[in-house]
Structure formats: structure tokens, C-alpha cells
Design a protein around this ligand. Structure first.
Ligand code: AGP
Length: 613
């Protein structure tokens, strides 16, 4: 979603801001803008469309002198993408400039109030309301910090704000609630940003702002305040990953790079948790007594993280014999769920900032449930809010379409399910030892499916299938969960209409859509259900479907007698098989998207972290 960057120092601000915004492009946006404080006052330049349009307008930044400024990439919510709706927004008084991430829920009421007070509005955005409120209180009090405080106490919703004041050259105020904001410490310069990559080129020393925190800073000084207005010290943290982790490093796209990073990401996630043939999830305390008393485990998430939750339901129920249910966070929140202290609620999120997941977590806590988060971004809101957290060590994921985060979330689900099964005694020592071995081997297995043989096959099949308009993904049991993820990948990056259905459910309605040439991707890796799934493949073949079947290597020949095309993957432990099945589906979507000329890393209308409801 939107991205914020702010700079105060001795460099020219505009090029620093543009560089930062470029690093935030992955979050998804449809317009961009910067405001610099210089001899002319607050000068804002904004442009609808790609950042390159703004860059051209600013001649790479050189057309806008000044050493202090704020910048923004906007993902439209209130008002269409346009120059005028882009941030930064100036107050009607002309004294205040604001960039904003999040949503102001009482925007309409505040707008009315400000109109009555004589303010004027030029845009349709909720952000202009914030600028006007700060402008109003600044006129009243003559105090910049106080004006921001008066304003934020009146805001409902989520916000991360970067604010300039015409009368205070050099000063920036940053404040946040329910939207991420980090502060960067440099030598004679300071930064603020919504995400680390925006400032990593300049500093690796950061502080994470908490909800209600405010940073008032210039090039040389910063004062932090907490939500009560008390001055506080913030812990300085060192970012341990290098800029190269957030760069393409020779790959054509971040998505392809991240697909190839999966063996390493899996190794980093699994290895530290395996000690002497035992799974140890540090910091996760789930006693046998607690687990035995559970009525149900809920898994709550959005998008791909929800599909991991769907897979987790199968894995937990099979191995731990505890009822489990996957729920979309946006539904969990408003369905009055039957949740109390007899429920463990697990939240899965790459960004740790997804608004629906965060809100669902708060809902579960209010109802007395114990909460556990599986998160990739360290220190993110979901990681902080949950009672316990297990990190996926996937490293920064830049492509909008998740790959390595999905794979590592799944790995954490295996680890967690095994630890719970061991605690509960629902699995024999032999079974446990076999799975631990399988987990150790998993990164190598995934590596195999990334070999040139699979790449070329997926590329060839993508070139054959890229002309299709519709696709069905079908599979049974855990294959059906992977089908959901495979289908989403195709939708989001290749813009191809696609649906995932449990194979056995097809004949209860959707089969009426199967006609000549319809693409059906059948996943059949659950050995004992192979014949059943192939029977469904026969049904769609009989109605003219073009079938691509992904199955186990030793079953490929048999599948090839029915399906038009096949991919055979190595058979590993059945519980771990989804980690291999997903790879050809990721590659297939990637190559279909390329063949269709789509912008793989920045698919239209999508954002990397969805911080609005
Ligand atoms: C996956 O490719 C999507 N970009 C999307 O579905 C994503 O998984 C979802 O928005 C959840 O995000 P999170 O993991 O950061 O919470």
C-alpha cells in the first residue's frame, strides 16, 4: 500500500526521497509526490502514475532544491488516482504539508467540521482533512507539536504521518497508529519511512515507532514522545540484512529471485529449530495440559497466508487430532466467532501489518483466546500484538506475489504441528523421526524442483497455455490447498481468470463451465487419492478440457495416459509434499505472466501489504 519517506540532513532531499520511494514501489501504488522545504516555502510536486513520471517532472530531483522533505507513493482509497489526490497535501492555510498511510475513518465528520470553520478542500482524500486540521490548530496555537497532537487525538482509523511546517524549516514530525513507521539515524541526517528498504542505502540504524509515538526531528536532533506526550528514549536497532537482499541481483524479477531463494529461506527457517533430532520452537509454550483442553484451533489470515492456514488444518488435525479451522481474517472479525480461552488462534502473515489479520487478532484476544503469530517481518504489529510469535526467516520479500514467505510459513506449520503432536503423544517416535529427517532434507528437495529440467518444462507449458482465458485448479486433500495458492498466483500476476476447487466438488456445479479448450490444472500428489483425482480428470477431459497434471514422478506415466501434459515431481514424506507441489505452480504462473506481457513484480491494483480493511 502507500509508502512514506522523510529526510532531514545536508544532502539534497528530493533525490533521497525519490530513491526511497523507488524502494517502496513494491508495496503497490498509483501516484507519487514529494514536498521539499526550500527558500520558496513548502513546494510540492505530484504525479499520477509510475514514479518515473514524477522523476521526469523533477529531473531526477535536481529541479527541486532543498535539504528537508517528505515523499509518498499513494494507493488510492479516497478518490481516484490523480495529480490532485496524490500526497503530499497542503493545508488550506498553506503552512502544513502532510503525507499519510492508512485510513481516517471519521474523515467525513472532520471534513464537515473543517468546512464550517472556513477550510477549503481541493482533493477527495482523507489526508487533506488531516492537513487542514493540523493547519487549523497551528493557526490557533502557533505550536507545531501541539497542533499535531490536537489533531491525532481527533483521528479515528489508522495513520502513519510525515508532516512539514512552513514556519519551521528543517523540522519534520512523524507520528503513527496502526500503520508502520520507522525512524533512521544517520550522521548529521535523519530519516523516517514506512519500511526499511526506503532508507537502507543511507543507514542501518533504526528505531521502530510504537502506536501513539511521535518523532520531532531535524538533521541533528530527534525527540521521541509516547502516546501520553512523555519524552521517551527509543531503542536503536541494527538492520542485519544488506541492501542486496532487497535488490534483484541479476534476476529479471524479484519474484523469480524469491522463487530461487526458497531452499535458503527454508533452511534458515527450519535448521535453527532442529536440535539433536528434536524440534524446538523457542518461546513457544504449549503444554500437554493446555493442548488437551483446547476445543478447537483457529488459523486466521488473508490471501496466500490463508491458504497456508487451509493446509495447516489438514496437517494439525491429522497429526495432533485437535479440530482445526482456517478462517479468512476479514470474515473472522465480523462473524461473532465462538472463541474463548479454550481456543488457540494462530495468525499467519508475511508483512505482520495486514489490517484484517491484525484486527482479527485483537478480536481473538478480547475474547480471551491465546494467540500465536507466524510472521516474517520482525517487530511488525502482528508480531508484537500476539502472545507468542514464531518468525519465518524468509528475509525481505519484495514481489507482490508471495513465494518464499508462503513456503516458510508452511515450514513453520510443519514444525509447530510436529511439536504439538510430540507433546500430545499423538505420533509415534518413528513417525516423528522420519518427519524430522524429511524436514532436514526439504531445502535440498525444493532445490531439485528448481533445476533447469523443471524450469524449461514450466516455461514450455506456459507458452502453450498463456492464450487461455480461464483455468480451474483441482485437487484433493492437501492438494486442494495448494491448488488455491497456485490459482491465486495465476490470477494476481498473469491476470487470468482462475478458480480452485476440491476435485470431488467439481461435479456439484462448476463442471458446467468446462468446455473445449478450458485449462484445468490437476494436482494429484496424494497417493491414496490418485485414482479418485484421475477419475475427475477423465470427467473434465471428456468435456474438452486441456489438462495439465502435476503428480509424483512414479505416477507420471499413468497420469500421462489421461492428461494432455504432465509434470512429475519427486515423492517425499506425504505431509511435506505441498512444499514441492507449489514450486511448478509458481514457475508456471511466472512464465504465463511473462508470456502475457504482465508486470510480474507490480501487478495492477495490488499492494504488498494490505493495511486497509
Ligand atoms: C499473495 O501472493 C498475495 N500478495 C496476498 O494474498 C497476501 O498473501 C495477503 O495479502 C496476506 O498478506 P500478509 O501475509 O502480509 O498478511
Amino acid at each position: 500500500m502507500c509508502g512514506i519517506v522523510g529526510y532531514a540532513g545536508s544532502r539534497q532531499a528530493a533525490p533521497v526521497l525519490l530513491n526511497g520511494l523507488e524502494k517502496l514501489e513494491y508495496r503497490g501504488y498509483d501516484s507519487a509526490g514529494v514536498c521539499v522545504h526550500n527558500a520558496e516555502g513548502l513546494v510540492a510536486v505530484k504525479a499520477k502514475g509510475r514514479l518515473s513520471v514524477l522523476k521526469d517532472r523533477l529531473e531526477g530531483g535536481s529541479a527541486l532544491p532543498g535539504c528537508v522533505g517528505i515523499g509518498h507513493t499513494r494507493w488510492a482509497t479516497h478518490g481516484a488516482p490523480s495529480d490532485v489526490n496524490s500526497h503530499p497535501h497542503l493545508s488550506y492555510t498553506g503552512k502544513i504539508a502532510v503525507v499519510h498511510n492508512g485510513i481516517i475513518e471519521n474523515e467525513a465528520r472532520l471534513r464537515e467540521k473543517m468546512l464550517r470553520k472556513g477550510a477549503t478542500f481541493v482533493s477527495e482524500t482523507d489526508t487533506e482533512v488531516v492537513a487542514n486540521l493540523i493547519g487549523y490548530y497551528y493557526e490557533k496555537t502557533g505550536d507545531f507539536v501541539r497542533a499535531v497532537r490536537e489533531t491525532v487525538t481527533r483521528l479515528e482509523g489508522s495513520f502513519a504521518l510525515g508532516i512539514l511546517c512552513a514556519d519551521l524549516p528543517g523540522t519534520i514530525i512523524a507520528v503513527k497508529k496502526d500503520s508502520p513507521l520507522i525512524f533512521g539515524f544517520g550522521d548529521g541526517e535523519h530519516f523516517v519511512a514506512s519500511d526499511v528498504p526506503a532508507i537502507l542505502k543511507y543507514t542501518q540504524t533504526v528505531a521502530y515507532l510504537e502506536d501513539g509515538d511521535m518523532a520531532v526531528f531535524d538533521a541533528n536532533h530527534v525527540t521521541f514522545y509516547d502516546s501520553t506526550g512523555e519524552e521517551v528514549e527509543k531503542v536503536r536497532e541494527k538492520i542485519t540484512w544488506e541492501m542486496s537482499a532487497a535488490e534483484r541481483g541479476g534476476y529479471d524479477h524479484f519474484m523469480l529471485k524469491e522463487i530461487f531463494e526458497q531452499p535458503k529461506a527454508l533452511r534458515d527457517t527450519i535448521s535453527p529449530r532442529l536440535r539433536d533430532g528434536k524440534i524446538t520452537l523457542d518461546g513457544v509454550e504449549l503444554s500437554a495440559e493446555y493442548l488437551r483442553g483446547l476445543r478447537k484451533i483457529y488459523l486466521v489470515a488473508c490471501g496466500s497466508a490463508y491458504y497456508v492456514s487451509v493446509l495447516a488444518k489438514y496437517i494439525i488435525e491429522k497429526n495432533c487430532r485437535i479440530p482445526a479451522e482456517a478462517m479468512m481474517a476479514s470474515e473472522f472479525r465480523y462473524c461473532d466467532p465462538v472463541v474463548d480461552e479454550k481456543n488457540l488462534v494462530i495468525f499467519v502473515s508475511q508483512s505482520g501489518e495486514t489490517a484484517d489479520t491484525l484486527a482479527a487478532l485483537r478480536e481473538a484476544k478480547t475474547r480471551g483466546a491465546h494467540t500465536l503469530a507466524i510472521v516474517n517481518v520482525v517487530g511488525s504489529a502482528i508480531a508484537k500484538a500476539a502472545d507468542q510469535v514464531i518468525y519465518t526467516w524468509a528475509g525481505p520479500e519484495i514481489a507482490v506475489a508471495t513465494t518464499k514467505a508462503f513456503s516458510t510459513q508452511l515450514a513453520v506449520v510443519y514444525l509447530l504441528a510436529m511439536q504439538m503432536a510430540k507433546t500430545l503423544g499423538t505420533m509415534s517416535d518413528e513417525q516423528y523421526a522420519t518427519i524430522v529427517e524429511g524436514l532436514e532434507q526439504l531445502p535440498y528437495d525444493v532445490d531439485q524442483v528448481l533445476s533447469p529440467k523443471y524450469l524449461e518444462r514450466c516455461q514450455y507449458l506456459a507458452s502453450r497455455c498463456c492464450g487461455h482465458h480461464d483455468a480451474f485448479y483441482i485437487g484433493r486433500n492437501i492438494d486442494s490447498g495448494i491448488c488455491m495458492e497456485g490459482s491465486l498466483k495465476l490470477k494476481e500476476i498473469a491476470y487470468l481468470h482462475s478458480e480452485a476447487y476440491p476435485a470431488g466438488e467439481l461435479k456439484h456445479g462448476p463442471i458446467s463451465l468446462i468446455e473445449d479448450g478450458m485449462l484445468v490444472v490437476a494436482l494429484s500428489t496424494v497417493r491414496e487419492l490418485f485414482d479418485k483425482t484421475m477419475a475427475n480428470v477423465k470427467e473434465v477431459k471428456a468435456r474438452g478440457a486441456d489438462v495439465l497434471c502435476i503428480t509424483l514422478e512414479d505416477l507420471e506415466e499413468q497420469a500421462g495416459k489421461i492428461a494432455d501434459n504432465t509434470i512429475g515431481i519427486p515423492a517425499i514424506h506425504p505431509m511435506l509434499q505441498p512444499s514441492l507441489s507449489i514450486i511448478p505452480l509458481q514457475l508456471f504462473s511466472y512464465y504465463v505472466a511473462l508470456a502475457r506481457g504482465c508486470d510480474v513484480d507490480k501487478p495492477r491494483n495490488l499492494a504488498k501489504s494490505v493495511t486497509v480493511e
